[in-house]
Write a protein that binds this ligand. Structure first.
Ligand code: GLN
Length: 549
């Protein structure tokens, strides 16, 4: 029978529930348990697809095209397995489902209420992942903080489930903060006590307490937390700040979070966690042999979480290249044709980020022009690829008005256009080209060599597409469409074969990069940055020939 672990948060947000959940899942997986993680978000949006990155960080996309919370990215990167729509549920989705059912007459004669109708739907979605015994353990992370009004139905649903499934089949891990007061030189447990008390008032008590802390918890403090929060002493786990999120599974192993969880779930502990690949990655991450500086050009660069998967993809690719990748954030709004050379001159490569809307678009185009003309490795993702096409059309094909229809509806040279089926869409949520699509790579192309195969599949999240009416002109002038959708012929990858590394992809490779499986395009990009760095430091450019066509 599938067992369930719930992860709740207390005291404050941003304590890293997602990383703790992913780390525990990693340890259980490494012990041979089939494990998955799911996240419930207590907001009313049906999914985070309509949220601005400033509000909620990056929107992560799964194979089946669900627009989800960025924590699902952590789950996939840690576990090296796919998640799906079922792994991320919001209050909006729950209510939408219940209200639709009410309209259909499914509850005829009844008053539809938070309890039982909303809580029943929450429970159904929790248990859905455990159906068919696909997983031994399902970890469910509850978004928000205990005490929030909007979290109450979730806490109640978990309370009911714990009672229905029994203590051995269902445990609650509560993540809290133990603040350190510098002046008093003391760690304080009171906020944790209050948070556990608030949860108990709602009928739910934790089985394990994970304490985020800047300072190590001494033994008596652990005892005090155990006593006041009513858990066994071995169930108080220290989660010290770590230098990288990828070290957290090992920290949790040292603290035996996996062991205490398995014991409480009455599951056997016969194997030790197999983490050799993980440790190998950590070693490489810790002891790089070289360093490169990559410019990340986007309009949300001031917010760490906005490009989460891209930053993680660069970390994975850096480790396998035994190279530290320092990311320099460059706001696309700050770039102009006059200052681009100055701002980009000390970089070893640039990555132009995905995005929507016109803000900062000219700066992206200026940066791409600089990279193309100066043979600086360039990686364009989604909007980054689209702008590489616009730049090429304007400056190589002599079409100064070329643009994407998204930015200029009246352009006569819409090199980036919109498909017929997208034109009549009126609803914004969940209607882009989303999820995994097949792509065929051109024989002899750089990307075919990088992937080491001809047929690939990558995840998408966009509305606009390369306009094939211009394809011949692009190819004749040197920009090749080297990846195409085999069914629709849509251009998915462009490259400049004469350039050291100039690759634009319509899809989002960053969603598929994991610790154990770094994405080949990121790996090749970092390798190109290394070469560009080495060449620059010897006072040479990588290749002599300038790329203008
Ligand atoms: N705004 C562009 C589109 O909708 C690109 C989207 C993206 O970068 N994810 O096609």
């Amino acid at each position: 029978m599938t067992k369930y672990i719930f992860v709740t948060g207390g005291v404050t947000s941003s304590l890293g529930k997602g990383i703790i959940a992913a780390s525990l899942a990693k340890l259980l997986q490494a012990r041979g348990y089939k494990t998955t993680i799911q996240k419930f978000d207590p907001y009313i949006n049906v999914d985070p697809g309509t949220l601005n990155p400033y509000e909620h960080g990056e929107c992560y996309v799964t194979e089946d095209g669900a627009e989800t919370d960025l924590d699902l990215g952590h789950y996939e990167r840690f576990l090296n397995t796919f998640t799906s729509q079922a792994n991320n549920v919001t209050t909006g989705r729950i209510y939408q489902y219940v209200i639709n059912k009410e309209r259909e007459g499914a509850y005829l004669g009844k008053t539809v209420q938070v309890i039982p109708h909303i809580t029943d739907e929450i429970k159904r979605r929790i248990l859905l992942l455990g159906e068919d015994n696909k997983y031994d353990i399902v970890i469910t992370e509850l978004g928000g903080t205990v005490g929030d009004i909007e979290s109450l139905p979730y806490i109640e649903a978990v309370r009911q489930l714990k009672w229905e499934l029994g203590e051995d089949n269902c445990i609650v891990i509560h993540l809290t903060l133990i603040p350190y007061l510098k002046a008093a030189k003391e760690l304080k447990t009171k906020p944790t006590q209050h948070s556990v008390k608030t949860m108990s008032e709602n009928g739910l008590t934790p089985d394990v307490i994970v304490c985020r802390t800047e300072e190590p918890l001494y033994k008596d403090l652990k005892k005090k937390i155990a006593q006041f929060c009513n858990v066994t002493q071995d169930a108080v786990i220290e989660a010290l700040d770590a230098d990288t999120i990828y070290r957290v599974p090992l920290e949790m192993m040292r603290e035996q979070l996996d062991i205490i969880s398995l014991k409480k779930l009455d599951l056997p502990l016969d194997t030790e966690p197999e983490l050799s690949k993980w440790k190998e990655f950590l070693d490489k991450l810790r002891y790089p042999k070289s360093k490169v500086t990559v410019g990340l050009i986007g309009k949300y660069v001031e917010l760490q979480d906005a490009y989460k998967s891209i930053l993680e993809g660069l970390i994975h690719a850096g480790a396998i290249n035994e190279c530290k990748v320092e990311v320099r954030n460059i706001h696309s709004e700050d770039l102009t044709p006059q200052n681009a050379a100055e701002k980009l001159k000390n970089l070893d490569a640039i990555l132009v980020a995905p995005g929507f809307g016109s803000r900062g678009i000219d700066g992206k185009i200026d940066a791409i022009r600089y990279a193309r003309e100066n043979r600086l490795p360039f990686f364009g993702i989604c909007l980054g690829m689209q702008m590489a096409c616009v730049e090429f059309a304007r400056n190589v094909l002599n079409m100064p008005k070329a643009h994407s229809l998204e930015m200029n509806e009246d352009t006569n040279d819409a090199v980036i256009s919109i498909m017929e089926e997208q034109k009549n869409i009126t609803q914004m949520g969940g209607t882009m080209r989303l999820g995994a699509y097949d792509c065929t790579l051109a024989e002899g192309s750089k990307v075919a060599e990088i992937y080491g195969q001809k047929d690939i599949s990558e995840r998408h999240r966009h509305r606009y597409e390369f306009n094939n009416a211009y394809l011949e002109a692009f190819e004749n002038a040197g920009m090749k469409a080297v990846g195409k959708n085999p069914e629709t012929d849509l251009v998915e990858i462009v490259e400049l074969p004469e350039h050291p590394y100039f690759v634009g992809v319509q899809f989002h490779p960053e969603y598929k990069s994991t610790v154990e499986n770094p994405h080949p395009l990121f790996v090749a990009f970092v390798k190109a940055a290394k070469e560009s760095h080495a060449a620059r430091n010897n006072g040479k450019t990588v290749f002599e020939k300038p790329v203008t066509s």
